[in-house]
Design a protein around this ligand. Structure first.
Ligand SMILES: [Zn+2]
Length: 317
């Protein structure tokens, strides 16, 4: 374990994200880091991996930068890189929320809760816990009893919440996400819209909650989806309850694959066996796709593919 994965964000003001991204990429390359960093006028959000020495140098560089005073890094130990390449991309916004009227977390945001405060408050009456991630993230792991907005993407969550306002009426609302960045804005939005009696957010996200010496990830079921090659990581250090369900037969499952249709890419939980049985497609149309990646990867002969498809047509057709 002589590698580390750093997860971080910082809302600040970056005047020229395009130029900043170019320079930042160069600095990351010089430190042999791999990862994915987003830069916007409103700040920075990234995950990078590297050796302990290189990631320490990166932390020093960022902490000494005038724009990033107070930046917090969540650090995971690892036995190698968690990415294949290094990317730094300029973006319009750090989290894809697409609000008509944007939220500046420096002006409005939910109460910050430490892991222990969050653990205590989430168990109190008149409190609802709202997961502000994507549904495929929720499905492999979440806080016990948390609300799962029925949306494909995070940016659709505000609309879903408006339509389901009664769930939050008179309640204290606690939000959580992977590293805390989505909550900064989303909890601010909840406050602005007057949803719930009081709005709190898990400061530092699930990643921090897992490492807290008292909370130890308790009341988290399943695993946490991460946006790198590890795909999921364990959170609850006291007990492990599987909540993920196989896309094909509903049996307990924590193995993520992407639909084999290169134009679909839907995240699926599936056993190796079920993936093979369906050639990795989420539905019949996807399985039949002429560029099915499962078929290509395993170099399956056409006759075998056709045999599987005619079987599936009976079940799915
Ligand atoms: Zn599909």
């Amino acid at each position: 374990m002589n590698y580390r994965v750093l997860l971080y964000y910082h809302y600040t003001s970056i005047e020229d994200p395009v130029q900043f991204a170019e320079e930042h990429l160069q600095a990351c390359n010089e430190l042999n880091l791999m990862g994915r960093v987003l830069v916007a006028k409103e700040g920075i959000n990234g995950t990078v991996s590297g050796t302990i020495e290189d990631t320490n140098a990166y932390i020093d560089m960022m902490e000494n930068h005038p724009l990033f005073q107070g930046i917090v890094f969540k650090i995971d130990e690892a036995d190698g890189h968690a990415f294949k390449r290094m990317r730094v991309r300029p973006r319009r916004e750090l989290v894809n929320l697409s609000l008509e009227e944007d939220i500046n977390p420096h002006e409005i945001t939910g109460r910050y809760l430490s892991p222990v405060e969050f653990m205590e408050e989430m168990q109190q009456e008149d409190t609802v816990v709202l997961d502000v991630r994507n549904t495929y993230e929720y499905d492999v792991g979440h806080f016990r009893g948390a609300i799962r907005p029925d949306v494909e993407n995070f940016r659709d969550t505000p609309e879903w919440v408006q339509e389901n306002r009664e769930l939050f009426e008179g309640k204290r609302v606690l939000t959580y996400c992977t590293g805390g960045i989505r909550c900064e804005k989303f909890s601010g939005w909840l406050k602005r819209e007057g949803i719930g009696e009081d709005v709190g957010q898990l400061h530092g996200g699930i990643a921090t909650y897992s490492k807290d010496p008292v909370a130890k990830g308790q009341l988290w079921d399943g695993k946490m989806y991460v946006f790198d090659e590890r795909i999921t990581v364990p959170i609850n250090r006291v007990e492990h309850v599987v909540v993920g369900k196989d896309h094909y037969d509903g049996s307990p499952c924590e193995r993520y694959v992407k639909c084999s249709n290169p134009e679909c890419n839907k995240h699926l939980l599936a056993s190796e066996e079920n993936e093979a049985k369906h050639l990795g497609g989420c539905c019949l149309e996807c399985t039949k796709h002429p560029r099915n990646r499962y078929v290509e990867r395993h170099q399956l002969p056409e006759s075998q593919v056709q045999a599987v498809i005619s079987e599936l047509e009976k079940v799915w057709g």
